[in-house]
Every structure is written in C-alpha cells, then in structure tokens.
Design a binder for this molecule. Sequence first.
Ligand code: PRP
Ligand code: URA
Length: 208
Amino acid sequence: MSKLTIFKHPLINHKLTIARDENTNMKDFRALINEIGGLMAYEITRDLPEKEIKVTTPICETVGTTLATDVVIVPILRAGIGMVDGIHNLIPTAKIGHVGLYRDEKTLEAHEYYAKFPKEMPEASVLLVDPMIATGGSVIMAIDALKKRGAKDIRLVGLVAAPEGIKKIQELHPDIDIYLAALDEKLNDVGYIVPGLGDCGDRLFGTK
Ligand code: PRP
Ligand code: URA
C-alpha cells in the first residue's frame, strides 16, 4: 500500500486557510499555491540520493554534494501549473513534463488532450503535481501516462483531496506515495471537494 503523508505544518495550514477563503484574490491565491508547493517539495525530496563532488572555495578545496538523480516535475494542466514555480525555485535543475487533462463536468471522467515529457523519465524522481484530487480520475490517468513512459519513482503532490479519490488511487496504483496539505471530508454531488477551495484552475487563472 502506498504511503499517505498529510503535512501538519503551521505555515502550510496558515497559507491553505487563506487560499480556501473565497475572498482571497487571484494574485494572492496564486502566490499561496506556489508557496505551499515549495514548502511541500522541501520535505518530499528529503530522501533524494546525493553524490559527493569537489568544490573549491575562496579558501581551499573541499567536498560537497550534488543531487544524484534527475528530478522531473509534471503538472496536470491546468491547475498543476499553479504549484510548479514554487517547486522549481527549489530545484532549478528539474525538467518539466506536462500532461493535459480535463474532467467532463457531467460524467466527471478525465480526458487527456496533451502530453509531453523529458527523456529522463525512466531514471528520474518524478513529482506529479495536481492541487485538487477529487474522484482521483485525473491523477490515475496521469500516473498511467507516466508509467507508460517508464517512470518508476513517482511522488504525487496534491494540495487538497477527497477520501474517495485517495482510496481509488491507492487501489489502482499502490506503489505511488501520496503527499497532501489536507485530506478533506468528501465530494459534493457535482464532484467538488468539501470544504475544498472551489475550482482551483479558475481561481488561479481568472477564468469563469
Ligand atoms: C481539476 C483539477 C484536477 C481535477 C480533479 O481539473 O485541477 O486536475 O479537476 O478532479 P478528479 O480527481 O475528479 O479527476 P479540471 O478538469 O477542472 O481542469 P482544469 O485544471 O483545466 O480547470
Ligand atoms: N477540481 C477543482 O478545481 N476543485 C474541486 O473541488 C474538484 C475538482
């Protein structure tokens, strides 16, 4: 069974609470989602392998470390884009793949419309990013797409999730570790997370 980590960090909780507020404007909302992404990535990458390298300081030669793995960030379009800068600021060498999915508003089924990944997928540590995990359908389809390209080390970075979606992901992809800022109560009858934060893509990009 995959590991489920829900961050209980005062800074994440504080920022998420402001993001949930319907009165938070688009600019602040976007900044908060990015900041939470960065805070989460700091912890999620704690076990990445390192290798020693020589470095010459102004004083002498010494030994430091560098990452011994490629990192690929894969946002699920659109809302996943909202967390990318926050993570990329911490790991500027990371490459970025994209998977475009939209949910049919009636059936809630995910549909893929775009996919482009760097060649490093099979060996890389892949951070799959989607702030909202509702039925889980989008994430499941995205993980299928990543595995098809050979990805093995996939870490799912979500902001807010419904228990229904997490259960389904764990059933179908038990090898994927899941990291969240919050596990909410449930889905409502139109497939939105309760209490959630509304439509994340619309709030990030000012659509609707
Ligand atoms: C939202 C959200 C997730 C998905 C979650 O995207 O960003 O990707 O729904 O729902 P699920 O777990 O039930 O699949 P949406 O399809 O609204 O597209 P958008 O990001 O382009 O607005
Ligand atoms: N997508 C969102 O943006 N919000 C939800 O609550 C569910 C899916």
